[in-house]
Design a protein around this ligand. Sequence first.
Ligand code: IPE
Ligand code: IPE
Ligand code: MG
Length: 239
Amino acid sequence: MSVSGVDLSAVPAHVACVMDGNGRWAARRGLPRTAGHEAGLDALFDTVDGALEIGVQWLTVYAFSTENWTRPRDEVRFLLDFNRSILAARRDEMHERGVRLRFIGGRDRRLARSLLAEMDAAAELTAANKRLTLTVAFNYGARAELTEAVRRIVASGTRPDKITEHTIRANLATSDMPDPDMVIRTSGEHRLSNFLLWQVAYSEMVFLDVLWPDFSRTHLFEAVAEYQRRERRFGGLDR
Ligand code: IPE
Ligand code: IPE
Ligand code: MG
């Protein structure tokens, strides 16, 4: 069976997205950058619906990086407030769709308690949902995640010769998730910008020129179709 060119028997279990290009989308329209972030929200929800439609089980989206704190204060503040209001406004809708919401990233003092409380409430409300896990990477950076993992392993007193790849994986924020099968980055940039560095070791990378606010499920389906044309070898020979 297929939906819009997607073979439903070979859908990637885990799709990760670097939602990039909001600022440029706004600039092209003579709007403030924040208008691009607002417009990016519809793209995210359409992507979630598209993922549900074709049966993607894990969708992980990069919403705010550890490096995004270097942006102008007003933009940072907007992004923090915006994320809090989205959560309050849309979590019930996600819940009705059977989406389990989760967050990965640093819970440091720069994040208001009310934002952390909204995140926790959304995660708790949707914890038992099974159709799709939507993980929002917020105040996330892979180097910070790996540094934290090293700290925890050292603090646990594990003997160096007992540390395996499994030990590291088990101490990442994504410990119970499969690695992404595919990473999509929009806006024509060809880089990871500190997203899931450990987990993407064998992910298929799909770079699209479309700016995130113009992204929709149609682009998701095209990216999945592209993924399905690829041959994954994991270092072995053709299978
Ligand atoms: C992605 O869009 C959203 C965040 C990083 C928060 P950008 O804000 O990076 O938009 P561009 O890349 O400047 O166009
Ligand atoms: C990556 O986009 C982070 C998010 C999408 C949240 P950036 O726009 O911050 O990345 P760079 O600065 O272009 O590498
Ligand atoms: Mg950007």
